[in-house]
Design a protein around this ligand. Structure first.
Ligand code: HEM
Length: 398
């Protein structure tokens, strides 16, 4: 027996912060996997254990393509679109720049950036916190780990915005954004290939797999994915996280009273607002919870729905700072493709919460204002108007 997920479409317009989880709850209530007629037919997985089972079986579920429908880009996104045995060879060459130690080294510059961003609006007493923090911060963080000038953050965020939001409506603009990203990284990679820098771009530029340098296509596929993976995902988690807090004064008060609870809160935000919908292509006929998946079928994994599966997370809608297994969420995927940016993201969200709540300990959704939900492969709140008692700058302008 397979559930009918009718025409559920992850790209459909009109979903809201309030409606999306209701929809996912209904789907999961029918069956942990169902079939939707959207995009010429696809399997949609909402259950936690079923998602884990698929993620842990790359022999039956290929990671290519990693977006569905696919982005208009000619090179494979590395390493996320590679299957074994190639995948491990490419992934291991960039392990060090993603280590916990490296991530902690970004904490100081990050704290400074967060405070500069807060300075830009704290005197106003209101802002769209997605626009003032959610949108710029992840691109600024990317400049740190990539090792490029902070001033490049704005155009990097712009390219990713076009690629993510305009692939369907203006494919030519999305194609141009891909070419701009390739042009930008092409120049940088050539410049750094001969140096001994230890930031991510230099490491990728010098990397070898089985004694061979990466081809230009591989290098560009890697670079594009790094931007996409790091910017769009974090932006949407930050948007959803702030909208949740803006509508949950008790949660804000708990975190302000006990900042040591922030790391636990980060895991709950990730569990409840996991932004990524992972995709897999069936390469070997397989049964999942009674559904017969055939080679060639497309599969979507709603990782955010899995984070609310009551079979794994009791009382899943409750934001619990004491939940023992909250870090078991699938926000970062699982197994061989598990997100490489985990440690960076955890530092980013922790520092953001610590600094924001230190400087703005009380805030709420602007009365009458609505949030905006962005659907697609990566989902979350992209407009979050809040108000708060105005505060003072800490760093003088200039
Ligand atoms: C809140 C932010 C983030 C979320 C929710 C997230 C989520 C994910 C997910 C779900 C996957 C697995 C995709 C799949 O299996 O198909 C993934 C892979 C990946 N992520 Fe992230 N990510 C985030 C931020 C980052 C950042 C900041 C970076 C880089 C600094 C990054 C780098 C990567 C890379 C390189 C992979 C591919 C790993 C592989 O294929 O072996 N991510 N991410």
């Amino acid at each position: 027996m397979t559930a009918d997920y009718a025409d559920y479409d992850h790209h459909a317009l009109g979903a809201t912060y309030e409606s999306i989880y209701e929809t996912w709850r209904e789907l999961l209530g029918k069956c942990p996997i169902g079939h939707s007629k959207a995009h010429d037919g696809m399997w949609v997985v909402t259950g936690y254990e079923e998602s884990v089972g698929i993620l842990r079986k790359p022999s039956a579920f290929s990671s290519y393509p990693a977006s569905f429908p696919s982005f208009p880009q000619p090179n494979k996104m590395m390493p996320v679109e590679l299957d074994p045995p190639d995948h491990q060879r490419y992934r291991s060459m960039v392990a060090e720049p993603f280590s916990p130690k490296r991530a902690l080294s970004y904490e100081k510059p990050l704290r400074k950036i967060v405070n500069r961003l807060i300075d830009d609006f704290i005197e106003d007493g209101h802002c769209d916190v997605f626009e003032t923090i959610g949108a710029p911060l992840p691109a600024m963080l990317a400049t740190i780990f990539l090792g490029v000038p902070l001033d490049d953050a704005t155009r990097m965020a712009g390219w990713i915005h076009t690629l993510v939001h305009e692939t369907a409506s203006r494919p030519e603009a999305a194609g141009e954004a891909v070419m701009s990203i390739y042009g930008y990284f092409g120049g940088l990679l050539a410049e750094r290939a001969g140096g001994d820098g230890d930031e991510l771009i230099s490491i990728i530029a010098r990397a070898e797999v089985d004694g061979q340098k990466l081809t230009q296509e591989e290098l560009l596929g890697f670079s594009l994915f790094l931007l996409l993976a790091s910017i769009d995902t974090s932006q949407k988690v930050i948007g959803s996280m702030f909208w949740r807090m803006a509508n949950d004064p008790d949660l804000v008060a708990r975190l302000v009273a006990d900042p040591s609870a922030v790391p636990a809160a980060v895991e709950e935000f990730l569990r409840l607002y996991s932004p990524v919908i992972a995709t897999r292509k069936v390469v070997e006929d397989t049964e999942v919870a009674g559904a017969e998946l055939k080679a060639g079928d497309q599969v979507l994994l709603l990782l955010g729905a899995a984070g609310r599966d009551a079979r794994t997370f009791p009382d899943p809608e409750v934001f619990s700072l004491g939940r023992e297994n909250s870090a078991k969420h699938l926000a970062f995927g699982d197994y061989i493709h598990k997100c490489l940016g985990i440690h960076i993201v955890r530092v980013e969200l922790r520092v953001l919460l610590e600094e924001f709540l230190r400087r703005i300990p009380k805030f709420e959704a602007q009365p009458g204002a609505e949030s905006l939900w962005s659907n697609g492969q990566v989902q979350g709140v992209v407009k979050a108007p809040i108000r708060f008692p105005a505060g003072a700058r800490e760093i003088p302008p200039g």
